[in-house]
Design a binder for this molecule. Sequence first.
Ligand code: C2E
Ligand code: MG
Ligand code: MG
Length: 636
Amino acid sequence: MAQELHPLLLRQLRRVGMDAQATDAVHAQLPALLERISRAYSDADQARYLLERSQEVASREMTQLYNDLKASQSRLASLVSLSSDWIWEQDTEQRFRYVSSHSGDTGSRLSLLLTGKQALVDLMAVGDDNAATYANSVVTRMPFRNVTLRALTSEGEALYLRISGEPVFEGEIFCGWRGVGSDVTQATVAEQQVVQLARYDELTGLPNRSTFIAQLELALNRARVKEQELALFFIDLDRFKTVNDSLGHAAGDSLLQVMAERLSGLMRDSDMVARLGGDEFVVLLDGGVDTHVLSNVARRMLSVLCEPLRLSGRPLQVSASIGIGLYPADGTDVASLLKSADTAMYLAKSRGKNNFQFFTADLAQRASCHFAMEGELRQAAERGELRLHYQPRYDLDQSVMCGMEALLRWQHPQRGLLGPGDFIELAEESGLIVPIGRWVLEEACRQIRRWRDSGLNPPRCSVNLSVRQFSHEPIVDEVRAALAQAGLTSDALEVEITESMLMADTERAQEVMNSLHQLGIGIAIDDFGTGYSSLAYLKRFPARTLKIDRSFVQGLPDDRDDAAITQAVIAMAHSLGMQVVAEGVETQAQLEFLRHHRCDEVQGYLLARPLPPESLANLLPACSQTADPQPGAMVV
Ligand code: C2E
Ligand code: MG
Ligand code: MG
C-alpha cells in the first residue's frame, strides 16, 4: 500500500522543481528506499558491533599472549638460573659474545673470562677423539655435542667446560654459534686425579711401575718394527734406607722427590723417567746405544743426583748406583731387559756404589750370588758362621790398652772370612741386622765372660749398633738381658752409635741414650765428622766418647784441613767433657800428632788389627794384673 508523503517532504519536492508525476515516482520508490536505508543502518550497526567485538577479542588475546610470553620467559630465566648450564653465543670467529651468568656461581666467572676474550679455538679440546670431532664440526659448521674444552685463566687455573652447540644462520648467512655449556672442572679434575693415582706415583708424580711397564712394552714393539735399539737405566739410591731410618720417612720422601726432579730435569721429553718403587728409578732412552754416549748420560745422572741438598734443615749428599741394559743385546722383552739392568745395578753397588755398570753376561751369575747371599746370611747365625773380632783401643797417656771394639765377621763356607763391608748393608736392607745385632751384643758379653772365667781382665768392650736396632723398641731390654745372661755389670759394655743415627728421631735417640746411660752403659759417637751434626748438637746426648772418623786421621799430620778439624774436634770435645778416640791410626806420625794435640785414645792398624778372641787374649792383663799395663801395653 502506497504511503502518504509527508506534507513537508511534498513541499520540499515541489520546491526543487519536481512535478507531481516525479513526486509520485519518488513516492512509489519510497518504501524500497526506506527499506534500503533501514538495512544500511542495520549493516552499519552490525559492522560496528563486529568491529567492537573483534577489538575486544584482539585486545584480550594480546593480553593473554603477552602474559603467556612473560610467564614463559620468567620460567626460562628461572630454569637457566637454576640449572648449572649456561647459554652462550659466539661470533663467526668463535669468540664468545654472550655467556649467561648466574650470580654467585661459576657462570659469572665464566662470563667474565670468556665473553669477547678468547676464540674457542684457543681453548683446548680434551681427549684426542673429542678434539677431532669438535674440530670437524667447526669446519663443517655442524652441530656438536658434549665437547670438553680446557680453558686457562690468567692465573693459570684450568677450567673444564663441556659445551654443545649449533651454527646460527640468518637465511644463507652464517652468523656464529649458539649453545649450552656447563662447568665440569670439579668432575674432570676428580677424574684426572683417579687416573693420576692409577698411573703415576703419588710422591714424585712420575709414571709408576705399571705405567712404565706398559710404555716399555710399546717402546719394545716400536723398536722391533723399526729395528731400533733402546737403553734402559736402572737407578738405585745408595744407603737410602739409612737416610730413611736416620732422618725419618718425611725426609726420605723429600729426598725421593728431589731425586725424581733432578732426573726428570736431566732427560729429554722423549725419554721416559719412572719410579718403580722405593728408591728405584728407571729411565728409558730410545734410539742409539752408543756406549760412549750412554756412559756420559750415566755420569751426568750420577753427578746431578750427588749434588748436595738440605733435608730437614741439614745438609746431605747421596749417591746412586746405575745399571744399564740394552735392547736387543741384553733382553728382548720387558722382563728380561728390566732384569739385565737391575743385575747391572747390583754390580755397580757391589763395586763401591756411586758408579754405573753395563750388563754383561757373567753378571747374571754374580747377581744370583747376591740373592743367594741374603739367604745364606739368614742362616749364618744359626750355622755358627758369624764371628766377632776385637780391636784394641789404647790410652795415649798411659800407653795401655784401655778398651776394645767388637767387629763383626762372617766366616763364609766358600768365600772365606768376610768383613762388614761385604754384608752389613745387605743385613740392613733385609732387616737381618736386628737379629744379627742382638747376636753381636750377646756374643760380646759371652766372650767377656769367657775371658774373665779364664782369669783375664778385659777392658770395656764397645759394640756397634745399627740404626735399625736403635729404632727397634726393646734395644735397652736386649742390652740389659745380654749383660745379665753373662753375669756382667754395665761397665763392661759401651755402645757405638753413628752421628746420623742421632739425627734421625732426636726424641727417640735421646730416650734410648738416656736409658742406656742410666743403666751405666758407656756411649760413644762413632765416625764423627761423616755426619752433619755439630758438637753443640751432641751436647744434649749423654755420650762420653767421640770417635774421630778414619778419613780425618788419614790426612794427618800434613793435610792442613784434616789437622785443623782434628785439633778443633779434640778441643771442643774436651770442653764438653768428652773423651776423644782417633780411629784408623796407621802411622807413627799420625800417632805423634794426636798425642801432641791431647787426643785421649787411639785405635788402628799401627797398634793392632781387629783380632779373633784367642789372639786378643794374649793382649789382656790377668785379673791380678789390673794395675800392670803389661801385656796389653802399647808397643809403639
Ligand atoms: P767402625 O765402627 O768405624 O769400625 C772401625 C773400622 O775401621 C773397622 O772396619 C776396622 O777394622 C777398621 N780399622 C781399624 N783400624 C784401621 C786402620 O788403621 N786402617 C784402616 N784402613 N781401617 C781400620 P770393619 O771391621 O771392616 O768394620 C767396618 C764398619 O762396619 C764398622 O766401622 C762399623 O760401622 C760396621 N760394623 C762392624 N761390626 C758391626 C756390628 O757388629 N754391628 C754393626 N751394626 N755394625 C758393625
Ligand atoms: Mg765402630
Ligand atoms: Mg768408626
